[in-house]
Design a protein around this ligand. Structure first.
Ligand code: ZN
Length: 459
């Protein structure tokens, strides 16, 4: 294997022989290291839930800063991010008539509380958001809207986009027609009785109605009830609290480049989580993967040519707020961002290398792929967005890579109390960390121009 890789590499121009020799050592080292797993274990155990703005979030920032300092990064610093601080509080829902029983629900992030004592109303079911949008207001007025859109399982999570829109705007669309609340079938591929939270939005000029997700089996239960009786009454009681704005921080660690220090290879993940699980898959795994990759490179006696910057973003879950703050704070050096990538889709394994770079640079990615192929990575496309937080950068011309993770099971756990450390597959996260290590090392040393990138299409 080694001789094959080195001989492939010997004829390759973007990566020097020394770069490739170190890559081979990094590959071997990363595959025997559990540092990514140990980092997730530490974060999920010692900090636990870390909803943006919460006390756990503040402890996560302190944990990350100490972790990066202890790992020996050349520079560790915090950048402030102004964020809203929302708190879930108590949440309860039950069918009152004609089949009284409790429902498993969770408030959607940013939801308002119900009035004191809760609200009780008949439900009206819509298979999709579009069906709600097409409905006559008199059908909806005074009711609890129930959107029952099932998510399809897919390795790349392609089932998420079509369904998650209802989570974001469902309450606004329902309120426009006079509804008193929203019950959303969880954006989930699981049949377990957990409700999946996630952020929702209000807009000015439309009534702010409470919005909750119900577990998939409870959504099925409501549908069965509606088949028996068109008038199903549900009582909803939410205590959600808006604590105004507060400050969180992007936590940043750098390994200073030894020849092109002003050029930046960014690898990121987000530090915040939802509040009910311990955020192992979303996104403790990403934090473990990118810090382990940098740690492996720090262990070499050879420094990368470019600066390797690890960004642990604040407040991703509540709307990419850390990503926007980073983009604005670094506006003056975005043209020095050589490439960026983010790990935010569980623990892996990584199955494909995607990119958004100048087409002339694709051979450098093909050669990188030759080194990643033994880890089970396929060569992918050139229209990557690089990950949620990093997706704000390509519109400003920054090249990105997508190290695509197998997310077949990701939406079974995503945003639930069940997103916990035991769900991390040690082999998968080790492979992901190895891929990130090679990617970061090769990009930090490549002799290639990745710009200008193909213009991002509107999303
Ligand atoms: Zn995430």
């Amino acid at each position: 294997m080694t001789s094959l890789l080195l001989s492939t590499a010997a004829s390759a121009t973007p990566y020097s022989q020394a770069t490739l020799t170190h890559a081979e050592r990094l590959h071997q080292h990363a595959l025997t290291s559990d540092s990514a797993l140990q980092t997730v274990e530490s974060l999920t155990t010692e900090v636990g839930p870390r909803l943006a703005g919460s006390e756990g979030d503040a402890r996560a920032v302190a944990w990350a800063q100490a972790k990066l300092q202890q790992m020996g990064f050349d520079r560790v610093y915090l950048e402030p991010v102004e964020i809203p601080h929302w708190e879930r509080g108590y949440a309860d829902a039950r069918v009152t008539l004609p089949f009284p029983q409790p429902l498993v629900i969770t408030a959607l992030g940013n939801s308002v509380a119900t009035p004191e004592g809760g609200i009780e109303a008949s439900i009206i079911r819509f298979p999709t958001l579009a069906d709600l949008q097409a409905a006559a207001p008199e059908q909806v007025s005074g009711k609890l809207v129930f959107i029952d859109h099932k998510m399809e399982r897919d390795k790349e999570g392609r089932g998420y986009g079509p369904v998650v829109k209802a989570r974001g705007v469902g309450a606004v669309e329902a309120a426009k027609k006079g509804a008193v609340g929203l019950l959303l079938r969880s954006v989930s591929t699981s049949s377990h009785r957990f409700a999946h939270t996630g952020v929702m939005r209000y807009i000015d000029g439309v009534a702010r109605i409470p919005a909750v997700a119900i577990s998939p089996p409870d959504a099925d239960q409501l549908t069965r009830m509606l088949a028996r009786d068109s008038d199903i009454r549900v009582k909803l009681d939410l205590e959600a609290m808006d604590h105004g704005t507060t400050t969180s921080y992007n936590v940043i660690g750098e390994i200073t480049g030894d020849r092109k220090a002003e050029e930046i290879v960014l690898i990121g993940a987000h530090l915040d989580t939802w509040d009910e699980g311990t955020g192992a898959l979303d996104d403790g795994a990403g934090v473990g993967i990118v810090t382990a990759a940098a740690g492996h490179i720090l262990a070499l006696e050879q420094r990368p040519q470019r600066t390797l910057r690890v960004v642990l973003y604040a407040a991703e879950e509540i709307g990419l707020l850390g990503a926007r703050a980073y983009r604005d704070a670094h506006k003056g050096e975005l043209d020095k961002h050589f490439i960026a990538a983010e790990a935010d889709f569980g623990a892996g394994p990584i199955f494909r290398l995607d990119s958004r770079v100048n087409e002339r640079a694709l051979p450098a990615f093909d050669q990188m792929h030759a080194l990643l192929a033994p880890l089970g990575v396929e060569r992918g496309h050139n229209h990557s967005w690089g990950g949620p937080d990093v997706s704000v950068l390509p519109p400003l011309g920054v090249p990105v890579a997508g190290l695509s993770m197998d997310g077949t099971d990701y939406f079974d756990y995503h945003h639930t109390p069940d997103d916990t450390f035991d769900k991390i597959d040690p082999d998968a996260i080790r492979q992901s960390a190895a891929v990130y290590t090679l990617f970061a090392w090769l990009m930090a040393n490549a002799e290639v121009d990745l710009r200008p990138i193909p213009l991002p299409e509107e999303r």
